[in-house]
Write a protein that binds this ligand. Structure first.
Ligand code: SF4
Length: 644
């Protein structure tokens, strides 16, 4: 990209407009998309990073009404295979730091067709409202009659109120209304922007839902070039067995067996990394298949990895609709010490209905069970619950109580992970599998050291999505490389996944359901080709890599303003001190602390971060042309001295 940013002319790909909503003032503004923002940050997670950096005052509480909540689509939303993703971001009430969450479904595509690349929402409505978007007609409408409804009931209401069966929407359930730290935002297709408490931010603004209907075309600068690039990329998906034989047939639940074989599962809050065959016969992709009716897909996805479930259970009755993803069902079952697919499907459905993050809340419950089983906390402290491994009745009661903050149990588990640690006392810290206040999902760092550095360095806390690879077996080989070399591979994949997030295509489709590095490379080139054909720009692979790097450093800079330093890029102490059993033979694995520090130093060096403060160094900020970030950090005394 050689021209100055002032002369950029974007012909398509983007919708070109952005929506700014102030709920306190009942005001709606439409602004043109800033081409410099588009080229420097590409879209989606990149837009969220820059807008939060520019608009969040670090002195304000996460739930301060003036803090923005941003919903962003990407330039490939609606025009590339598996492009139904969006990112929603805000300062997280669950962690107090940079927060964002990504969801699939059709909402992003519909928002683009309505003509908007992103929405920025500030303020707080006096009474419950929802945002109604029908192309240029945007209104703030009353949601008083929807407050208290589950997410599924809310979508039915919205369809009636908007007199349109085809609206796409996002909504919160009672958990978001009640400012529960693990509240999620649910999408019409029952997809979820689950992590980092974004549902609570919506609730704090009295915003129940956003309903969208869009009928505009997305402009394409060079239709023929776009069509060719799209068809080539689609063919790559169709030819890859990971699409047809794994993604389409088993969905994300193929990972139970893969992770068990590598000893990286999190069973009973991280005391064991493998499952026996008998256990896998109770919870695995095959057991879920018994209830699987058909695959469901997000917009334009040839994989359709989502499970549509029909379950007639003696205990739980009839359950229909979207089934659980791997990370949800493992958290709801064996992480808490129970092996029962029906219970997992039922509890997952409850979480979706109430708008609860089905990974983080159950992880907090597993943490509490571990404390209870080890005599660290008493029955009285957990509202009289018998918190033993595999007690699904207790888990059900907690979920139902949390959604409405009912009684002692509801108030207790509505708290964030960090607040729970404080509540349960210093001895509890050893048992908490969290980083920066976000719980660590399955894939234990002891059984995959380098790969799971992602939990330490991710800007929103222990995050499995900032670096993901083609299959976890491949990433285990990184442990055999010298630290510097290993981190170069790690950073390469961090860049790749960040690009996937900026374009707003699906991380599962573009990384996990991909057989070989060669196929991933073809997918990457395909994304670039579609972007350039659609926008009429001519960005190079280096331009895209810089946009990814810029995004990561912008999120870092936001976190540095909140006071995060090297000591916040940690892993739970247990990972360094308690060996993890990885198979039935009795083998164990651990993460040597010295190795961790070396890997961290290598990461900081590759990303241009100060190894003590973790602030981006002036030189890298200059190279990435983000002078305003350098200026801001200097003004606050967070960057001192010369050019290095
Ligand atoms: S791979 Fe699965 S999650 Fe990703 S877009 Fe396709 S259906 Fe949605």
């Amino acid at each position: 990209m050689e021209e100055g940013y002032m002369s950029i002319h974007i012909e398509g790909g983007y919708a070109g407009k952005t929506l700014w909503v102030d709920l306190s003032k009942n005001k709606i503004l439409t602004k043109d998309l800033d081409p410099e923002l588009a080229v420097k940050y590409i879209g989606g997670r990149g837009f969220v990073a820059k807008l939060l950096f520019d608009l969040v005052d670090p002195e304000r509480d996460p739930l301060d009404p003036q803090n923005p909540l941003v919903f962003a689509t990407g330039p490939l939303s609606g025009i590339a295979p598996a492009s139904g993703r969006f990112t929603v971001g805000a300062r997280s009430p669950a962690t107090g730091i940079h927060g964002d969450s990504n969801s699939g479904g059709d909402f992003a595509m519909e928002l683009k067709h309505a003509g908007y690349d992103f929405i920025v929402i500030t303020g707080k409505a006096q009474e419950p409202v929802y945002l109604s978007i029908q192309d240029d007609n945007v209104e703030i409408k009353s949601a008083k009659d929807m407050w208290g409804l589950t997410t599924h009931e809310t979508f039915d209401h919205l369809r009636e109120k908007e007199e349109d069966r085809n609206i796409k929407a996002v909504a919160i359930g009672p958990a978001g209304e009640n400012l529960v730290a693990t509240a999620a935002i649910i999408e019409t297709e029952s997809r979820a922007a689950a992590r980092a408490g974004m549902g609570a931010v919506m609730g704090s603004k009295n915003l129940k839902a956003i309903s969208v209907r869009g009928t505009k075309d997305i402009k394409l600068a060079d239709y023929e070039a776009w069509k060719e690039a799209f068809e080539e990329l689609l063919q790559v998906f169709l030819d890859d067995p990971m699409t047809s034989q794994v993604g389409r047939l088993l969905g994300s639940n193929f990972l139970h067996r893969v992770h068990s074989a590598h000893g990286t599962l999190i069973i009973e809050n991280g005391h064991r990394g493998y499952a026996t065959e008998e256990e896998l016969e109770k919870v695995s992709a095959e057991t879920i298949l018994k209830y699987h009716v058909k695959g469901r897909s997000c917009f334009l996805c040839p994989i359709a990895c989502t499970r549509s479930i029909y379950m007639e259970s003696e205990k739980y009755g009839l359950i229909k609709g979207r089934g659980p993803e791997y990370y949800s069902i493992q958290s709801l079952t064996y992480r808490a010490g129970g092996w029962d697919t029906e219970a997992g499907i039922y509890l997952n459905k409850l979480c979706d209905a109430y708008g609860i993050d089905a990974t983080t809340l159950p992880s907090n419950i597993a943490f509490a069970i571990d404390l209870y089983e080890n005599g660290i906390i008493t029955k009285e402290q957990v509202g009289g619950l018998e918190l033993t491994w595999g007690n699904f009745e207790a888990i059900e009661e907690i979920i139902k109580s949390v959604a409405y903050r009912k009684g002692k149990i509801g108030e207790l588990f509505a708290k964030s992970t960090k607040e729970l640690i404080k509540e349960f006392g210093p001895e509890s810290e050893w048992y908490a599998l969290e980083v920066k206040g976000l719980t660590m999902p399955s894939n234990d760092p002891r059984a995959g050291n380098v790969y799971n550095m992602r939990y330490a360095i991710a800007t929103r806390g222990a995050d499995h999505l900032r670096v993901s690879v083609l299959s976890s077996g491949r990433s285990l080989k990184w442990d055999e490389l010298p630290e510097d070399e290993a981190m170069r591979v790690f950073v390469h994949f961090e860049t790749y996944v960040t690009l996937v997030n900026l374009f707003e295509v699906c991380n599962w489709a573009y990384s996990s359901y991909t057989s070989t590095p060669e196929i991933a490379e073809v997918k990457e080139k395909g994304m670039f080709k579609i972007y350039n054909a659609a926008t009429g720009l001519n960005l190079t692979p280096e331009d895209f890599a810089k946009a990814a790097h810029r995004t990561i450093l912008t999120e870092r800079a936001e976190n540095v303003r909140y006071g995060l330093r090297r000591e916040h890029d940690y892993l739970p102490r247990r990972v360094f001190e308690e060996p993890l059993p990885i198979n039935e033979k009795g083998d164990t694995k651990i993460f040597p602390r010295e190795k961790f520090e070396k890997l961290l130093d290598a990461y900081y060096a590759l990303r241009g971060l100060d190894p003590k403060t973790t602030a981006p160094k002036p030189q890298i900020l200059k190279e990435l042309e983000v002078h305003e970030i350098e200026e801001d950090l200097r003004k606050r005394g967070l960057i001192k001295g010369g050019e290095e």
